[in-house]
Design a protein. Structure first.
Length: 183
């Protein structure tokens, strides 16, 4: 539950003006509603979030005025906001038919244990992207996430028709879909 709560907080840090109800937070994190209520109470008392009521609904959002916001947002984004940041960075790059995180980060995200911390991010880009725009977008994401991004570009149908040891390695391990493009 703690990891899911951190993922929720990273989402709120990536989108600081996003307001979610306690029920939405419970659904997104899989945490019981009473636990969400308690944690939101604690976070509000610490000044990390603000809440407001609309009828019977209590809406929660990050407190961007908190002295802790910038540091907490940075830590949570680097630790749990990777998919959000990468999808956002790749959104405006033409020619991407699909994008996935694979490798160690995807494995840890899927709950597989590892022997060392994940130093870089492996991203599989499917399609024929404008490489200059792709690398520009990934450089911006690297800066925001504080870790290097290794991009591998393959044809749009590579996941269905690929072959070789790299292909076998990639498809045998967890992958996290970032986006499906317009082609």
């Amino acid at each position: 539950m703690w990891i899911e709560a951190q993922r929720h907080r990273s989402c709120q840090c990536c989108y600081p003006h996003l307001e979610l109800s306690l029920t939405e937070i419970s659904q997104r994190t899989g945490a019981p509603h009473p636990s969400v209520y308690r944690e939101v109470q604690r976070a509000e008392q610490a000044g990390l979030v603000t809440t407001r009521r609309v009828g019977n609904t209590r809406l929660v959002r990050a407190n961007v005025d908190s002295p802790y916001y910038a540091g907490l947002a940075d830590v949570l984004t680097r630790a749990f906001g990777v998919p959000v940041v990468l999808a956002e960075a790749l959104r405006n790059v033409d020619g991407i038919d699909g994008a996935y995180i694979y490798g160690s980060w995807a494995a840890r995200h899927a709950g597989q244990a590892g022997q060392r911390p994940v130093a870089d991010l492996d991203v599989l880009i499917l399609g024929s992207p404008d490489r200059d725009r792709l690398y520009e977008a990934l450089t911006a994401a690297e800066t925001r996430l504080g870790r290097p991004i290794q991009a591998t570009i393959r044809d749009a149908d590579w996941l269905d028709s690929g072959s070789g040891s790299f292909y076998e390695t990639v498809i045998s391990r967890p992958m996290l879909k970032l986006m499906a493009g317009d082609g």
